[in-house]
Structures are given as C-alpha cells and as structure tokens.
Design a protein around this ligand. Sequence first.
Ligand code: ATP
Ligand code: MG
Length: 498
Amino acid sequence: DPVDWPTRDLVTHRADTTPDRTAMVAAESGAAVTYRELDAAVDAVAAEFDQRIDGTDPTVATLLPTRPAVGTLLFAAMRLGATLAPLNVELDAATLRAQCATVGADLLVCAPSTHDLATETATCPVVPVDDLPVTPDGTGADRETDVPPATLSRTDTQLVIFTSGTTSEPKGVRLTVGNLVASAVASSYRLGVLPTDRWLVCLPTYHMGGLAPFVRSALYGTAVVVQQSFDAAATQRVVAEHEVTGVSLVPTMLSRLLDAGWEPPSSLRFVLLGGGPASESLIERCRERGVPVCPTYGMTETASQIATARPETAFEHAGTVGQPLVFTDATVVADGEPCDPGERGEIAVDGPTVTPGYLGGDGAAFGEFGFRTGDLGYRDADGRLWVEGRVDDQIVTGGENVDASTVAAVVRDHPGVEDAAVVGLSDEEWGQRVAALVVGDVSPEIVRDHCAERLAPYEVPKTVRVTDVLPRTASGTVDRSAVRSRFAAADEASESTQ
Ligand code: ATP
Ligand code: MG
C-alpha cells in the first residue's frame, strides 16, 4: 500500500496537545479523567497487557458491560499495537467460545458480572478488569512504565467487532486504524465539533454505535460521558446534569425518552439515531419536541455511519437518512448497474471506512461498487439516501414479491400498535406466507383489516400474533430468526393442544 499514515495512538497525541481537557466521565458517580490521566492509565494497562501476553500481534478480547474502562482498554490496545475484540455479554457460552477462538484471543478481560461466563468461554487466560490498573471509573493507578507507544499503520487491524446477528450468525468484522480514523473524521464533517462537546454513550460498547464515540472524542479532544445502561428517567437527568451535547440512540430508546416527556436542553446538539429504521411518526414527534434528531444509516462493516441526515433535512424529508458522509460512496445497484434516482436496488458502499473483510470463514460480499450491504434503498433526485429494509426481507408469496419492512411500517401505523415485525414463514400452499408479530392493544382481526385497507391482498399478513415484546438483538434491531421461532413455537403449542 503506497499511501500509509504511520501514527501513534490517539491518546498519546491528546496528552501532548490538550492534556487538561476532560476525556471521560462516569455518569453515575460523576468521576472524570483528563487526557493526561487517561494517558497514564493507558500506559499502565498497556504494560500490564504486555506482561501477560507472549508473542506478536496480540489480541485482547473483552466481555464487559458498558463502562468507561472500555475506552481505556481500547486505547491501551492501540498503544501496544494490539487488536481489541469486544464480545457481546448477551450471547451464550458456546457462541462466545467460538468467537474467542475466531479472534485468537490471548487474554479475555471480564467484569464481576461476566466472570463466570468468561471462565466458561475463554480459550485463553481470563483477567478481571479490576485487576488491571483501571478503576471502575476509568482512571489508572499512577505507575511508571516503559512501554514505548507502537507505531500504527493505517492498515493494522485495531478492532474486531461482531455484527448483531440479525440475518444469520454474527460475523467478526475487522476494522483497521484507517477505518476508525476515517469514520471519526467523516462523522465530524456532518455533525460538527465544539470544544465543549460531551458525547453520551449508553449503547452497548461491544457494538460499533457504543464504541465509535470513544474514538471520535479522542480524535477531537472532547469528552465521552458513559452511562452504564439506558433508562428513560436516568438518561434525561444525565443529559441535563452533565451538559451532554450529543447522544447515540436506537429508535426504541428515543421513543421511550419521548414517552417519558423528554424535552432536551438547548445544549444538546444532536441525537444520532441509528441501528434500524426510524418511523415517520418518531421523526414527527422529535420535530414537535425540539429534539435535534440525526437519522443515520450505518453498520459494523463500515465502522458505523454511512449516511446521516441533519435535523433540518430529517424534518423536511421524514424517513431519509440523508446524504452519504464525506469520502463515502453509496451506490444503489440493480442487475449489476447503478440505479437512476428513485429506482430501488441494493446499497453498495465504498470508501475508507469499509472493512477489509471478516475473520473466520465468512466471505464479505465485495462487488464492482464496493461492499454489498444486503440492504435495499434508493437515492432521491437530490442524492438523499432512503433505506427500505434488507434484501433478505423480501418475501415471495404465491409468486408475488412482498417487502416485509413495508408491511411492518403499515402495521406500526395503527394507533393501537406499539411495535411490529413482519417475516415470511414457509407455507405449503404459498411458498411463503406473510406473518406479523405485533405488540399493542389490538386483535389480529383489527391488524388484518387495517392492512387490507392499505395494502395489496397478497401483502396482508395471513398470520398475526400479538405478544408482549419483540425479540431484539443487543443493538436494538429486531431479531428475525427469533421472531420466526416464536411462530414455530406457537404452532407446535397449538398443535399439541388440539
Ligand atoms: P448481521 O449482519 O449479523 O445480520 P446486523 O446487520 O443487524 O447483523 P449491524 O452491523 O449491527 O448488524 O447492523 C447494520 C444493519 O442495521 C444495516 O445493514 C441495516 O440493515 C440496519 N440499519 C442500520 N441503520 C438503519 C436505518 N437507519 N434504517 C434501516 N436500517 C438500518
Ligand atoms: Mg449486517
């Protein structure tokens, strides 16, 4: 690769340039560390990693809930030239064991709450995070160490993050130093940066949405506020008390904040809303409440954001995710050709944020126009991107094509429906039949009548089931295979009682 950007880790630069600025704040205790203090902690943890791991190209896996310490571990890995692989604490031991082996972990860092799972899972030594010179608030013991900061190359793998596993088993995505830096730079072009910025992280830090703010803030010299878990009342307080200027949320979290009466303070500059589609009614509620919502389309394979709409765009064109970020190409492709404006196809993404590929056996789908996302959408005449669901969501019923997300949007439009997921179930007569799993105060008949007024007959769900809560992945997307098994389980149950 003729073009490289050899660099030191981001916190080394920060400690040189803005040592007294706040780096991280623990929302619950209010404990804060400056970049100088973070630098000392990073140094101490890097030395500890170095001592515990033999060999070159080390990989440190983590099994940690959302904590400021996650940031310290990321930058310590960066300082040592190691890869960090944050694993999802919600997964079962067998899946985690396989992931631990796939990433080739040399060390697994756990929390008190994940200690048992970690020992069951690890294919390498386990170390409790409290045994590392990282306090729960993210500060480090004041140790003299002598780990020289590694020189990083743009193409070094810095992170391995597993996808949410919505469509199949989670895939281990390699993200390079260059991917992360390019993403942080592109994000700042769309959202802007103020020296007073404080980015609230209350999403899981084993997904990109929760981890990216640490990288961005270190690059910008601004602060992250870390809340251990989202809670509508507590998150409102944290935003106000810590003068949060930006927050990353998934749609269900934002809905709950609005349900709880949230009217954000004027210091809040943006709500980066991603992970799944935001309904038009959610965007409309944001407009009414003065929530500066920035609907975003992103994925693990692109180190987070691909396209993001600023609030003025979101309010004028509800449903769009806006223009692709700077340096990012998003091409809508159908039959191997780029589509015209308004024409629907699969979204392909090219640019410096795109992963070089997956770990393990999964081949990433790269085509002429870059990484094939598996998502459907179109660009409008002004270049704004509209995401319309996943290629896999296409249901073929009696020879007709039905888009599950279109049907789900219509179902969700009923005032009695809080949430809905639509899937195709295999069916002897129809090949597949459209089925809806619905949360709300409605009956299956009401849902079907509502759909029959708005959709073609073949699009109307043949099976409707009302439930308490939709199965979701940790990042908030509907877990479609779990939805399908709910129907299968219900079928078995009804057969056994007949
Ligand atoms: P897997 O790849 O394992 O099936 P996943 O795709 O859900 O899981 P993530 O990388 O966390 O894993 O999620 C990225 C996906 O989320 C995108 O490909 C897209 O389908 C969906 N998504 C993200 N943002 C939006 C959005 N604004 N509108 C619609 N879909 C979105
Ligand atoms: Mg995916």
